[in-house]
Design a protein around this ligand. Sequence first.
Ligand code: AMP
Length: 476
Amino acid sequence: MPVPTDFRFAGDRMEEDCGVFGVYDAEGSLHVGEAAYFGLYSLQHRGQESAGIAVTDGSGIRYVRNKGLVPEVFDQETIQALTGRIAIGHVRYSTFGVSDAINAQPLVARYKHGNLALAHNGNLINAPALRSKLEDYGAIFQTTVDTEVILNLIARLSSDGLEEAIHKMMKSVRGSYALVMMTETQLIGIRDPFGIRPLALGRIGEDSYVLASESCAFDAVGAEFVRDVHPGEIVIIDENGLRSIQMPVTCRSKLCVFEFVYFARTDSMIDGVGVYAARKAAGMRLAAHDDVSADMVIAVPDSAVPAAIGYAEKSGIPYGEGLAKNRYVGRTFIQPEQGMREIGVRTKLNALTKNVKGKRIVMVDDSIVRGTTSRKIVDMLRLAGAREVHMRVSSPIVMHPCFFGIDTPSEEELLGSHRTCEQMREYIGADSLKFLSLHDLLKTVEGSGCGFCSGCFDGDYPMPLSESESCDLAIE
Ligand code: AMP
């Protein structure tokens, strides 16, 4: 599908892979700043560029946000000062281009009816069009993130109250959004009509609620999982308890299947499917269609470990460790330059020579994006004396960029977009290379009952990309 001009890189960048968290303390027994801190800490894998927490005690909103990891942005003293009845938080992913503290979230604004804070995971494909139209009306933007378009729309459309403004905003924006929002009295969770990005609801005690991108954050703060927020649903939590408003949804949901492949944490449940189980099942299905003879199955740590275990179990080839990981290095994509990215791989992973020497290795990874990681690792394993390296990937070939919230590079940079499997094998230098089929990947998440976006694999996006030009603003 052709990408509309001025779409992908409008502003400094469009991609937003993030984690959101919210907590409403109904019983006055929680330290909401602390809960948000631990919630965000457990969502750190969803974003390492910046972090922020906003709190309210019913009068005004205070916030702390900055570039850096959660424990770098907040120290003990800062956390202790973040008291109140409601808190929301955000971690933002590092992609490429300008990374600026001004783009850190939650965004906080004062509008006609009081104060508002907003944290967003996802990507609005028509943000540039809406933003330009809003600017024609005189709007001034302080950041380059699409989230500010949401904030601006809500403020402008709020003459009939906040709920009405949210409805109108949802009619105007196109793309993916899992939002947590806070006024001085309410915690609000919103999931886009396709449910592209996850958002779950949890409870602490009888009446205190939490919202989070992934259920692993509930375990971190001692909350119990209640349910996922439905696609197109708005949940409002305030002194009257929890209320749900369901926006009309015209088609099947489209949860991002890449959450299961790579992005989410293994101990999370998303829309009824356990991430660990899905990854392990992917490895088993990979092995079911394979007949390679090998001495050991290894994983590219950490995200491919469940798939490698599944592969080993199904194939009968013993599982072992072939790569040591420096646990203090973040995700390799952080470095924007290719040269740095390659050094990054070497800093992050190293071969365990004693384990791999003289062996025929099946190396399982969850995905090949640019191919930088795979090529380097295959090389490392060979240098360490591996006799054969057979690469197995527990997802299909990533052929298309994501416009809905996962950071994938442009089509030209995707190894799989313009190469056959054999050409990819040659590039990464493996003895053989196989991918999981899309059919098999979707089987691993079948239990959820929802639909999936597999756009990065097959180009079938939840909505036509021409929607990026949609600019229908209900401004009176
Ligand atoms: P590459 O070297 O570009 O092929 O990167 C593939 C590796 O990066 C795999 O080991 C994945 O675990 C990981 N990966 C996949 N998608 C992403 C993403 N969107 N952001 C960061 N890392 C990713």
